[in-house]
Ligand binder design. Structure first.
Ligand SMILES: [Zn+2]
Length: 365
Protein backbone atom coordinates (compact mmCIF):
# COMPACT_ATOMS: atom_id res chain seq x y z
CA UNK A 1 0.00 0.00 0.00
CA UNK A 2 1.43 3.35 -1.01
CA UNK A 3 1.22 6.39 1.25
CA UNK A 4 -1.58 7.62 -0.94
CA UNK A 5 -3.52 4.40 -0.40
CA UNK A 6 -2.83 4.59 3.31
CA UNK A 7 -4.19 8.12 3.27
CA UNK A 8 -7.35 6.95 1.60
CA UNK A 9 -7.78 4.16 4.07
CA UNK A 10 -7.89 6.87 6.71
CA UNK A 11 -10.13 9.00 4.55
CA UNK A 12 -12.36 6.00 4.02
CA UNK A 13 -12.66 5.58 7.73
CA UNK A 14 -13.69 9.20 7.93
CA UNK A 15 -15.99 9.20 4.97
CA UNK A 16 -19.08 8.47 6.91
CA UNK A 17 -22.67 9.44 6.64
CA UNK A 18 -24.11 12.68 7.79
CA UNK A 19 -26.79 12.62 10.42
CA UNK A 20 -30.14 10.94 10.14
CA UNK A 21 -31.52 14.23 8.85
CA UNK A 22 -30.30 13.17 5.42
CA UNK A 23 -32.87 10.37 5.39
CA UNK A 24 -35.55 12.13 3.44
CA UNK A 25 -33.66 12.53 0.21
CA UNK A 26 -34.56 9.76 -2.22
CA UNK A 27 -31.67 7.72 -3.45
CA UNK A 28 -31.63 5.29 -6.30
CA UNK A 29 -30.32 2.13 -4.65
CA UNK A 30 -30.88 0.31 -7.93
CA UNK A 31 -27.60 1.81 -9.13
CA UNK A 32 -26.23 -0.59 -6.61
CA UNK A 33 -22.90 -2.20 -6.00
CA UNK A 34 -21.30 -4.97 -7.99
CA UNK A 35 -21.93 -8.49 -6.71
CA UNK A 36 -19.65 -9.33 -3.79
CA UNK A 37 -17.20 -12.23 -3.95
CA UNK A 38 -18.56 -15.26 -2.10
CA UNK A 39 -16.56 -17.83 -0.11
CA UNK A 40 -18.17 -20.80 1.63
CA UNK A 41 -16.33 -21.15 4.96
CA UNK A 42 -18.24 -24.23 6.12
CA UNK A 43 -21.54 -25.72 4.98
CA UNK A 44 -24.04 -22.85 5.08
CA UNK A 45 -21.59 -20.21 6.32
CA UNK A 46 -20.64 -17.65 3.65
CA UNK A 47 -18.22 -14.74 3.54
CA UNK A 48 -19.10 -11.86 1.19
CA UNK A 49 -16.32 -9.47 0.17
CA UNK A 50 -17.26 -6.21 -1.53
CA UNK A 51 -14.79 -4.54 -3.92
CA UNK A 52 -13.43 -1.11 -2.86
CA UNK A 53 -15.57 2.00 -3.38
CA UNK A 54 -13.55 3.65 -6.15
CA UNK A 55 -10.36 4.89 -4.49
CA UNK A 56 -12.07 6.36 -1.42
CA UNK A 57 -13.44 3.51 0.64
CA UNK A 58 -12.77 -0.07 1.69
CA UNK A 59 -15.73 -2.12 2.78
CA UNK A 60 -15.84 -4.54 5.69
CA UNK A 61 -16.42 -8.27 5.30
CA UNK A 62 -19.99 -9.49 5.76
CA UNK A 63 -20.73 -13.07 6.81
CA UNK A 64 -24.02 -14.97 6.55
CA UNK A 65 -24.70 -17.93 8.83
CA UNK A 66 -27.61 -19.90 7.37
CA UNK A 67 -29.77 -22.24 9.44
CA UNK A 68 -33.04 -24.14 9.09
CA UNK A 69 -34.70 -21.32 11.03
CA UNK A 70 -33.27 -18.20 9.43
CA UNK A 71 -30.04 -16.32 8.86
CA UNK A 72 -27.61 -14.37 11.03
CA UNK A 73 -25.57 -11.70 9.23
CA UNK A 74 -22.34 -10.57 10.88
CA UNK A 75 -21.53 -6.99 9.81
CA UNK A 76 -23.77 -5.17 7.38
CA UNK A 77 -21.32 -3.39 5.01
CA UNK A 78 -20.55 0.29 4.61
CA UNK A 79 -23.43 1.33 2.37
CA UNK A 80 -27.03 0.24 1.80
CA UNK A 81 -26.17 -0.58 -1.82
CA UNK A 82 -23.41 -2.97 -0.73
CA UNK A 83 -25.64 -4.70 1.84
CA UNK A 84 -28.39 -4.95 -0.77
CA UNK A 85 -25.94 -6.74 -3.06
CA UNK A 86 -25.08 -9.14 -0.21
CA UNK A 87 -28.74 -9.72 0.60
CA UNK A 88 -29.53 -10.59 -2.99
CA UNK A 89 -26.75 -13.21 -2.84
CA UNK A 90 -28.19 -14.57 0.42
CA UNK A 91 -31.56 -14.88 -1.28
CA UNK A 92 -30.08 -17.20 -3.88
CA UNK A 93 -28.93 -19.48 -1.01
CA UNK A 94 -32.02 -19.62 1.24
CA UNK A 95 -35.64 -18.53 1.39
CA UNK A 96 -35.44 -18.15 5.18
CA UNK A 97 -35.55 -14.65 6.72
CA UNK A 98 -32.59 -12.80 8.19
CA UNK A 99 -33.36 -12.89 11.92
CA UNK A 100 -30.17 -11.32 13.30
CA UNK A 101 -27.70 -8.70 12.16
CA UNK A 102 -24.63 -8.37 14.39
CA UNK A 103 -22.42 -5.27 14.15
CA UNK A 104 -18.83 -5.74 15.31
CA UNK A 105 -17.97 -2.11 16.12
CA UNK A 106 -18.72 1.53 15.32
CA UNK A 107 -16.60 2.01 12.14
CA UNK A 108 -18.95 2.90 9.25
CA UNK A 109 -17.80 0.08 6.98
CA UNK A 110 -19.33 -2.51 9.33
CA UNK A 111 -22.83 -1.14 9.94
CA UNK A 112 -24.00 1.60 7.56
CA UNK A 113 -25.81 -0.96 5.41
CA UNK A 114 -28.11 -2.22 8.19
CA UNK A 115 -31.15 -0.42 6.79
CA UNK A 116 -31.34 -2.96 3.94
CA UNK A 117 -32.09 -5.73 6.45
CA UNK A 118 -34.54 -3.69 8.49
CA UNK A 119 -36.50 -2.79 5.37
CA UNK A 120 -36.62 -6.40 4.21
CA UNK A 121 -37.18 -7.99 7.64
CA UNK A 122 -38.91 -5.58 10.03
CA UNK A 123 -38.56 -8.04 12.95
CA UNK A 124 -34.79 -8.43 12.59
CA UNK A 125 -32.79 -8.11 15.80
CA UNK A 126 -29.78 -5.85 15.32
CA UNK A 127 -27.20 -6.76 17.92
CA UNK A 128 -24.09 -5.07 19.25
CA UNK A 129 -22.21 -4.32 22.44
CA UNK A 130 -23.82 -1.62 24.60
CA UNK A 131 -20.75 0.64 24.25
CA UNK A 132 -20.75 0.27 20.48
CA UNK A 133 -24.39 1.32 20.32
CA UNK A 134 -23.59 4.38 22.43
CA UNK A 135 -20.77 5.33 20.04
CA UNK A 136 -22.97 4.76 16.98
CA UNK A 137 -25.59 7.08 18.43
CA UNK A 138 -23.37 10.18 18.28
CA UNK A 139 -19.57 10.15 18.60
CA UNK A 140 -19.04 7.99 15.51
CA UNK A 141 -21.06 10.40 13.37
CA UNK A 142 -19.14 13.39 14.69
CA UNK A 143 -15.82 11.64 14.12
CA UNK A 144 -16.71 11.06 10.49
CA UNK A 145 -18.35 14.39 9.75
CA UNK A 146 -15.26 16.27 8.45
CA UNK A 147 -14.51 13.50 5.97
CA UNK A 148 -17.98 13.54 4.55
CA UNK A 149 -18.61 17.27 4.64
CA UNK A 150 -15.26 18.59 3.47
CA UNK A 151 -12.42 16.11 2.82
CA UNK A 152 -14.26 13.75 0.48
CA UNK A 153 -16.05 16.52 -1.47
CA UNK A 154 -12.71 18.35 -1.86
CA UNK A 155 -11.09 15.19 -3.16
CA UNK A 156 -13.97 14.67 -5.61
CA UNK A 157 -13.51 18.23 -6.87
CA UNK A 158 -9.83 17.59 -7.58
CA UNK A 159 -10.67 14.29 -9.26
CA UNK A 160 -13.29 16.03 -11.43
CA UNK A 161 -10.60 18.38 -12.70
CA UNK A 162 -8.23 15.52 -13.44
CA UNK A 163 -11.02 13.53 -15.12
CA UNK A 164 -11.84 16.49 -17.36
CA UNK A 165 -8.29 16.25 -18.72
CA UNK A 166 -8.12 12.46 -18.66
CA UNK A 167 -11.31 10.60 -19.70
CA UNK A 168 -9.88 7.31 -18.40
CA UNK A 169 -10.65 8.58 -14.90
CA UNK A 170 -14.40 8.85 -15.60
CA UNK A 171 -15.38 5.41 -14.16
CA UNK A 172 -13.37 6.12 -11.00
CA UNK A 173 -15.05 9.50 -10.61
CA UNK A 174 -18.44 7.84 -11.04
CA UNK A 175 -17.65 5.23 -8.37
CA UNK A 176 -16.43 7.88 -5.93
CA UNK A 177 -19.52 10.01 -6.53
CA UNK A 178 -21.78 7.04 -5.95
CA UNK A 179 -19.99 6.31 -2.69
CA UNK A 180 -20.50 9.86 -1.42
CA UNK A 181 -24.16 9.80 -2.45
CA UNK A 182 -24.73 6.52 -0.64
CA UNK A 183 -23.08 7.82 2.50
CA UNK A 184 -25.11 10.98 2.50
CA UNK A 185 -28.34 9.08 2.07
CA UNK A 186 -27.72 6.12 4.33
CA UNK A 187 -30.44 5.82 6.94
CA UNK A 188 -28.55 4.84 10.03
CA UNK A 189 -30.14 2.09 12.08
CA UNK A 190 -29.08 1.68 15.69
CA UNK A 191 -29.02 -1.83 17.16
CA UNK A 192 -32.15 -2.85 19.08
CA UNK A 193 -30.48 -5.55 21.19
CA UNK A 194 -27.31 -4.96 23.22
CA UNK A 195 -25.14 -7.16 25.42
CA UNK A 196 -22.17 -6.66 27.74
CA UNK A 197 -20.07 -9.88 27.90
CA UNK A 198 -21.84 -12.69 26.14
CA UNK A 199 -25.03 -13.42 24.24
CA UNK A 200 -25.83 -16.97 23.19
CA UNK A 201 -28.01 -17.24 20.07
CA UNK A 202 -29.79 -20.47 19.21
CA UNK A 203 -30.79 -20.21 15.58
CA UNK A 204 -32.27 -23.43 14.24
CA UNK A 205 -29.45 -25.95 14.24
CA UNK A 206 -26.79 -23.30 14.98
CA UNK A 207 -25.34 -22.18 18.27
CA UNK A 208 -23.63 -18.80 17.97
CA UNK A 209 -21.77 -17.10 20.79
CA UNK A 210 -21.69 -13.30 20.57
CA UNK A 211 -18.80 -12.16 22.74
CA UNK A 212 -16.86 -9.20 24.07
CA UNK A 213 -13.59 -9.72 25.96
CA UNK A 214 -13.14 -6.09 27.01
CA UNK A 215 -11.94 -3.00 25.19
CA UNK A 216 -9.65 -3.79 22.27
CA UNK A 217 -9.55 -1.91 18.97
CA UNK A 218 -12.68 -0.05 20.14
CA UNK A 219 -14.53 0.16 23.48
CA UNK A 220 -17.19 -2.40 22.50
CA UNK A 221 -15.71 -4.94 20.09
CA UNK A 222 -18.23 -7.64 19.32
CA UNK A 223 -17.17 -10.94 17.81
CA UNK A 224 -18.86 -14.26 17.06
CA UNK A 225 -17.77 -17.80 17.76
CA UNK A 226 -19.36 -20.89 16.27
CA UNK A 227 -17.96 -23.70 18.43
CA UNK A 228 -19.34 -26.61 16.38
CA UNK A 229 -18.01 -25.18 13.13
CA UNK A 230 -14.81 -23.87 14.82
CA UNK A 231 -15.27 -20.49 13.14
CA UNK A 232 -14.40 -17.09 14.59
CA UNK A 233 -15.81 -13.88 13.09
CA UNK A 234 -13.55 -11.22 14.56
CA UNK A 235 -14.48 -7.90 12.96
CA UNK A 236 -11.48 -5.57 13.14
CA UNK A 237 -9.96 -7.28 16.20
CA UNK A 238 -7.59 -8.46 13.47
CA UNK A 239 -7.40 -7.29 9.87
CA UNK A 240 -5.79 -9.33 7.10
CA UNK A 241 -3.08 -8.35 6.43
CA UNK A 242 -2.52 -5.13 8.45
CA UNK A 243 -4.45 -4.48 11.62
CA UNK A 244 -5.76 -0.93 11.95
CA UNK A 245 -4.90 0.41 15.44
CA UNK A 246 -6.47 3.86 15.48
CA UNK A 247 -7.89 4.87 18.89
CA UNK A 248 -7.22 1.42 20.36
CA UNK A 249 -6.76 0.10 23.93
CA UNK A 250 -3.30 -1.48 23.75
CA UNK A 251 -3.08 -3.59 26.93
CA UNK A 252 -6.73 -4.66 26.94
CA UNK A 253 -6.58 -5.50 23.21
CA UNK A 254 -3.69 -7.90 23.75
CA UNK A 255 -5.57 -9.53 26.65
CA UNK A 256 -8.66 -9.90 24.43
CA UNK A 257 -6.61 -11.55 21.71
CA UNK A 258 -5.03 -13.92 24.23
CA UNK A 259 -8.51 -15.11 25.19
CA UNK A 260 -9.56 -15.28 21.52
CA UNK A 261 -6.45 -17.35 20.82
CA UNK A 262 -7.54 -19.86 23.47
CA UNK A 263 -10.76 -20.61 21.54
CA UNK A 264 -10.72 -23.72 19.37
CA UNK A 265 -11.00 -22.31 15.82
CA UNK A 266 -9.81 -23.51 12.43
CA UNK A 267 -11.27 -20.62 10.40
CA UNK A 268 -10.82 -16.98 11.39
CA UNK A 269 -12.63 -14.29 9.46
CA UNK A 270 -11.09 -10.86 9.93
CA UNK A 271 -12.84 -7.53 9.43
CA UNK A 272 -11.22 -7.10 6.01
CA UNK A 273 -9.30 -9.41 3.72
CA UNK A 274 -9.31 -13.14 3.05
CA UNK A 275 -10.24 -15.65 5.77
CA UNK A 276 -7.42 -17.25 7.77
CA UNK A 277 -7.04 -21.01 8.07
CA UNK A 278 -4.41 -20.84 10.81
CA UNK A 279 -3.30 -18.49 13.58
CA UNK A 280 -0.03 -17.22 12.05
CA UNK A 281 -1.29 -13.67 11.46
CA UNK A 282 -3.04 -13.56 14.84
CA UNK A 283 0.13 -14.61 16.64
CA UNK A 284 2.41 -12.27 14.67
CA UNK A 285 0.10 -9.32 15.35
CA UNK A 286 -0.02 -10.18 19.06
CA UNK A 287 3.79 -10.33 19.10
CA UNK A 288 3.94 -6.87 17.52
CA UNK A 289 1.66 -5.61 20.29
CA UNK A 290 3.89 -7.20 22.95
CA UNK A 291 7.02 -5.54 21.54
CA UNK A 292 5.29 -2.15 21.30
CA UNK A 293 3.91 -2.37 24.85
CA UNK A 294 7.26 -3.36 26.32
CA UNK A 295 9.57 -1.16 24.27
CA UNK A 296 7.13 1.76 24.13
CA UNK A 297 7.14 1.93 27.93
CA UNK A 298 10.94 1.71 28.04
CA UNK A 299 11.23 4.49 25.45
CA UNK A 300 8.81 6.72 27.33
CA UNK A 301 10.76 6.10 30.55
CA UNK A 302 13.87 7.30 28.71
CA UNK A 303 12.08 10.49 27.69
CA UNK A 304 11.56 9.73 23.98
CA UNK A 305 8.46 11.09 22.22
CA UNK A 306 6.09 8.58 20.60
CA UNK A 307 7.50 9.42 17.17
CA UNK A 308 11.08 9.03 18.36
CA UNK A 309 10.07 5.72 19.96
CA UNK A 310 8.60 4.54 16.66
CA UNK A 311 11.86 5.24 14.83
CA UNK A 312 13.86 3.49 17.55
CA UNK A 313 11.61 0.40 17.78
CA UNK A 314 10.64 -0.09 14.12
CA UNK A 315 13.86 -1.77 12.87
CA UNK A 316 13.53 -4.47 15.55
CA UNK A 317 10.07 -5.40 14.22
CA UNK A 318 11.44 -6.35 10.80
CA UNK A 319 10.97 -10.14 11.06
CA UNK A 320 7.42 -9.81 12.38
CA UNK A 321 6.66 -7.22 9.71
CA UNK A 322 7.80 -9.56 6.95
CA UNK A 323 5.65 -12.37 8.37
CA UNK A 324 2.66 -10.02 8.17
CA UNK A 325 3.38 -8.10 4.96
CA UNK A 326 5.43 -10.53 2.88
CA UNK A 327 7.84 -7.57 2.59
CA UNK A 328 5.59 -5.83 0.06
CA UNK A 329 6.64 -2.15 0.07
CA UNK A 330 3.12 -0.74 0.24
CA UNK A 331 2.13 -3.13 3.00
CA UNK A 332 5.29 -2.30 4.93
CA UNK A 333 4.31 1.38 4.83
CA UNK A 334 0.79 0.56 6.05
CA UNK A 335 2.26 -1.63 8.81
CA UNK A 336 4.39 1.27 10.00
CA UNK A 337 1.60 3.86 9.87
CA UNK A 338 -1.59 2.04 10.82
CA UNK A 339 -0.27 -0.55 13.20
CA UNK A 340 3.05 0.58 14.70
CA UNK A 341 2.49 4.35 14.77
CA UNK A 342 -1.14 4.33 15.87
CA UNK A 343 -0.69 1.56 18.43
CA UNK A 344 2.40 3.22 19.90
CA UNK A 345 0.64 6.56 20.32
CA UNK A 346 -2.02 4.78 22.30
CA UNK A 347 0.61 2.99 24.40
CA UNK A 348 1.81 6.48 25.32
CA UNK A 349 -1.76 7.67 26.01
CA UNK A 350 -2.36 4.64 28.20
CA UNK A 351 0.82 5.32 30.21
CA UNK A 352 -0.38 8.90 30.74
CA UNK A 353 -3.51 7.76 32.53
CA UNK A 354 -6.62 5.61 32.13
CA UNK A 355 -8.06 5.67 28.60
CA UNK A 356 -11.67 6.79 28.24
CA UNK A 357 -14.22 5.43 25.76
CA UNK A 358 -13.97 8.65 23.69
CA UNK A 359 -12.67 8.30 20.11
CA UNK A 360 -9.07 9.53 19.90
CA UNK A 361 -7.99 11.70 16.95
CA UNK A 362 -5.62 10.42 14.27
CA UNK A 363 -2.00 11.08 15.42
CA UNK A 364 -0.13 13.65 13.33
CA UNK A 365 3.34 12.53 12.46
ZN1 LIG B 1 -13.16 -2.03 9.23
Amino acid sequence: MTNRRAFFLVLASLACSLTVTAQNRPFDFAQGSPAPARTELAPGVFLFSTPPYGDVGLDGNSIAVLSNDGVLVFDSNGTPAASAAVLSEIRTLTDKPVRYVVNSHWHWDHWYGTETYVRAFPDVRVVTHEKTRALMAGPAIEFNRPGLESQLPAYLESLEKRAAADPKLAPLLEADRLFLAQKKNAQLVLPNLTFSDRLGIELGDRHIEILNYGRAVTPGDTFAYLPKEKILLLGDLIVNPITFALSCYPTEWLHSLERVDALDATTIVTGHGAPLRDKTLLHATMDVFRVLLREGKAAKDKGLTADQAKDAIFPGLRDLMITITGDDAGRNAAFKAQLVDWYLHRVYDELDGPLTDAIAPIPRS
